[in-house]
Design a protein around this ligand. Structure first.
Ligand code: 13P
Length: 253
């Protein structure tokens, strides 16, 4: 079986200021320097990206952005382009996060357009998918999640799949303290992998990394990472503490 390198993402959302963000980035850089067995990416708020790059640039931590607008430039007030992010040394982009789908009302069509644009601009794309509690309770988890995978990857060709990471984040587990059981998470991850096998081939299915996200903490990380189809985590709340994020990195590496 192919060994996939785990990837741990810290999605800071709309948290930290310049001072606390730089201090946190420095703790993450220390933790990542001693943990060589996984990739570590942080997604700070836009205004801190340049300062944070200077903190992590000589560490193994890579820099990601939480959002962007899929056009080269132009009259898009308030938006940020891929080229602007490249200037700031950003190499990874979150797309389809549940807060952007459900709070900012991003559609599947916009998400697919963003994936296509970001891949063409040579970014690593973390495509986030996940069902709401209502959808889970109605028994529609796989239909929703696999539908989001299909539409998000609509334009992505076989050769570009090496730049795609999928993050399964059940909406009901995000910021709620409720984690999917390792068994439930593994079942969805395995179904996503089967979807990749039928959409592409076994190579893509076995090499694509699928992170879990939703109330990942130091005390549940090891059990989740022990599942055969879970390749790390996308972490929100626990990524805001250097200590707990370091413990999650250590659990994965
Ligand atoms: P929490 O870890 O706070 O549940 O957030 C998960 C998340 O949304 C990461 O993108």
């Amino acid at each position: 079986m192919m060994q996939r390198r785990p990837i741990i993402g810290g999605n800071w959302k709309m948290n930290t200021n310049l001072e606390t963000g730089m201090a946190l980035a420095s703790q993450v850089a220390d933790a990542a320097s001693t943990a060589k067995g996984c990739d570590v990416v942080i997604y700070p708020p836009f205004p801190a990206l340049q300062a944070i790059d200077s903190v992590i640039s000589s560490s193994p931590v890579t820099l990601g952005a939480q959002n962007f607008w899929p056009e080269d430039c132009g009259a898009f007030t308030g938006e940020v382009s891929c080229e602007m992010l490249t200037d700031l040394c950003v190499t990874s982009l979150l797309i389809g996060h549940s807060e952007r789908r459900h709070v900012l009302h991003e559609s599947d069509v916009l998400i697919a357009k963003k994936v296509d644009f970001a891949i063409r601009m040579d970014f690593q794309v973390v495509l986030c998918v996940g069902e709401t509690l209502v959808q889970r309770e109605a028994g529609n988890t796989l239909e929703i999640v696999l539908g989001q995978v299909q539409s998000g990857l609509e334009s992505v060709k076989h050769d570009s799949m090496k730049n795609i990471v999928i993050a399964y984040e059940p909406v009901w587990a995000i910021g709620t303290g409720k984690t999917a059981s390792a068994e439930d998470a593994q079942a969805v991850h395995s179904a996503i992998r089967q979807e990749l096998a039928s959409r592409y081939d076994d190579d893509v299915a076995s090499s694509t990394r699928i992170q879990y996200g939703g109330s990942v903490k130091p005390d549940n990380a090891k059990e989740l990472f022990a599942c055969s189809d879970i390749d790390g985590a996308l972490v929100g709340g626990a990524a805001l503490s250097g200590e707990s994020f370091a413990a999650i990195i250590e659990a994965a590496c």
